[in-house]
Design a protein around this ligand. Structure first.
Ligand code: DQA
Length: 142
């Protein structure tokens, strides 16, 4: 059975009540249930933290998984430590954003983690997580 780690960073635990106009009304738990329904035969490990050190540790742990999907939240835009942890991880990895960061504030357009991942999905809401999990499972299939 394939194992995929889905990591969510700072403030993503507030989904549902946080800016529903931007992020929608689904909670993180809803997104987790959606993914579990979509991928019943995948061992999904779904986590959230507001602590950057925890996130860096989890990225290192991901070496034991077949793929990593990560929404770093605001860390996306400045967390070089997260970039460095991701860069040394040799499994398929995708950065996900619920919102389309390119049509929001200018500072959201830059990601310091993107150079360390294989692909980036933004603006597709929860469906973006689905696409990302699919990608890490099938990358290399041709
Ligand atoms: C986000 C976009 C980030 O700019 C923001 O800080 C978040 C969520 C997204 O999923 O759209 O916390 O990563």
């Amino acid at each position: 059975m394939s194992r995929v780690l889905v990591l969510n960073g700072v403030n993503l635990g507030s989904l549902g009540t946080r800016r529903p106009d931007v992020y929608g009304s689904q909670t993180l738990k809803d997104i987790e249930s959606y993914l579990r329904d979509e991928f019943p035969s995948v061992e999904l490990e779904f986590r959230q933290t507001d602590y950057e050190g925890d996130m860096v540790g989890w990225v290192r742990e991901a070496v034991a998984s077949d793929g990593l999907v990560i929404n770093p939240g605001a860390w996306t835009h400045y967390a070089y430590a997260l970039h460095d942890a991701l860069e040394t991880l040799a499994i398929p990895k995708v950065e996900v954003h619920l919102s389309n960061v390119h049509v929001r504030e200018p500072w959201r357009r830059h990601s310091v983690v993107s150079p360390a991942v294989d692909a980036v999905v933004a603006g597709m809401g929860a469906f973006g997580y689905r696409v990302a999990v699919d990608y890490v499972l099938h990358r290399g299939d041709g």
